[in-house]
Design a protein. Structure first.
Length: 213
């Protein structure tokens, strides 16, 4: 019996699914791609790719977005030094949310309940999900792309997702795919039931951005 050869989706099909993202973010030369491809490309090209349905989607992040992510991850880390609830991963923290689905949040908090021995996994792509995921929007991110990411995060077990918009200097806080609120630069973010007692002023997230301007 001859194995069926999968045909890669066309760019038109992917644009219909994700919106008009830059074509250079999409790699179809390894379709259907695997987690081994994700890890190999990270090591050989220093580029990060998410894996969705056999397609590699490059994760693109500029200096501004990275600085914002560091501000948030630092606040998480300082809080967790006092409250031993879990660990924080940064913008290269790959996670297997489901079979064949690898996502890389810009910042993620993972509860120790997922790793009862309280040790960080020593594999490149651990079988974990973010309890709280943060995505800092870049110019190449599309609305449909982020909608699918939200679904992936909540389907995998996330309780809270923040979408940080540097352009409007707001944070969209999602407690489910359907339920969200927007916190502007005068507001304060909290960790809800995921990080009880945690607070972070939105203005602080964008403080360095403001001083740079």
């Amino acid at each position: 019996m001859v194995a069926e050869t999968l045909e890669p989706p066309t760019l038109a099909e992917l644009f219909h699914r994700y919106g008009p993202m830059p074509a250079k973010r999409i790699r179809l030369d390894r379709f259907p791609a695997t987690e081994e491809d994700v890890d190999e490309l990270r090591n050989t090209t220093r580029r990060l790719y998410e894996l969705v349905d056999g397609v590699l989607l490059e994760k693109v992040m500029g200096l501004k977005e990275s600085a914002i992510a560091v501000e948030i991850s630092t606040a998480f880390k300082l809080f967790l030094r006092q409250h031993k609830l879990g660990f924080v991963a940064g913008e290269a923290g790959m996670m297997r949310l489901a079979l064949g689905l690898v996502r890389i949040p810009d910042v993620s908090f993972v509860s120790w309940s997922q790793t009862p021995d309280r040790r960080l996994p020593d594999v490149p792509i651990p079988d974990l999900h973010p309890d709280l995921a943060v995505e800092v929007l870049s110019e190449s991110n599309t609305k449909r792309e982020m909608e699918e990411k939200l679904e992936n995060y909540f389907d995998s077990g996330a309780s809270l997702v923040w979408l940080v918009d540097p352009t409007t200097r707001t944070v969209r806080v999602y407690t489910s795919v359907e339920e969200s609120t927007t916190v502007d630069a005068t507001g304060v973010l909290d960790g809800g039931t995921v990080l009880p007692g945690f607070e972070l002023a939105v203005a602080q997230i964008f403080a360095e951005l403001s001083s740079a301007e």
